[in-house]
Design a protein around this ligand. Structure first.
Ligand code: SF4
Ligand code: SF4
Length: 182
């Protein structure tokens, strides 16, 4: 992929590192085949190749992120499944991390978005808080019609049942050995 960063832009170490990664991309689109958001939404901009274009365009032109660009970048799950199918070894992880960082610096999110993001950052990494919020979601379901569409979607996605606590791996191994010997 051709790039047109200026010398001044390349003095930024992030731009410098990213330019090398952009140059490796040959636009083949093989990465789209293993991208869950591209598979689900079928939009070029919701796949890795499209996101690489969006981020490159923002960085090269010192462009302020638009709502549309932020939407497509936000939708990236950072699962890096795309990296497993890239024949050119493009380090997409590097690009998306930098793109997200650039957006956080240069885009003013609404108060509501900030609140949701803060809530998710507290809830998702913590099992106890997640289970507790799932209970609250269950109780709030009858009042869902009063809520904004984003919250409604989140309520729909929230699981309300969980598997029993996982056994430690040693126990799983022991019980499988026992079963074999029976
Ligand atoms: S990290 Fe995951 S969601 Fe993001 S572009 Fe790659 S495969 Fe798609
Ligand atoms: S598979 Fe790799 S080289 Fe091909 S478009 Fe995707 S990132 Fe670029």
């Amino acid at each position: 992929m051709q790039t047109k960063f200026t010398e001044e832009q390349l003095r930024d170490p992030d731009n410098f590192a990213n330019e090398k990664v952009f140059k490796k991309c040959v636009h083949c689109g093989m990465c789209n085949a293993t991208c869950p958001t591209h598979q689900l939404l079928g939009d070029e901009l919701d796949g890795p190749r499209g996101r690489i274009y969006l981020i490159k365009d923002m960085l090269e032109n010192n462009r302020k992120p638009t709502e549309k660009v932020v939407k497509h970048i936000d939708r990236c799950l950072s699962c890096y499944s795309c990296m497993t199918t890239c024949p050119a070894g493009v380090n997409y992880m590097h690009i998306i991390d930098h793109g997200k960082k650039y957006i956080e610096k240069n885009y003013q999110r609404s108060f509501f978005d900030k609140l949701i993001r803060y809530f998710l950052s507290i809830t998702l990494p913590n099992t106890k808080v997640f289970r507790l919020s799932s209970l609250l979601v269950k109780l709030s379901k009858p009042f869902k019609f009063l809520m904004p569409s984003k919250i409604k979607d989140m309520i729909e996605l929230m699981p309300t049942k969980f598997p029993k606590k996982n056994l430690p791996i040693k126990e799983v191994y022991k019980s499988s050995i026992k079963k074999k010997n029976c």
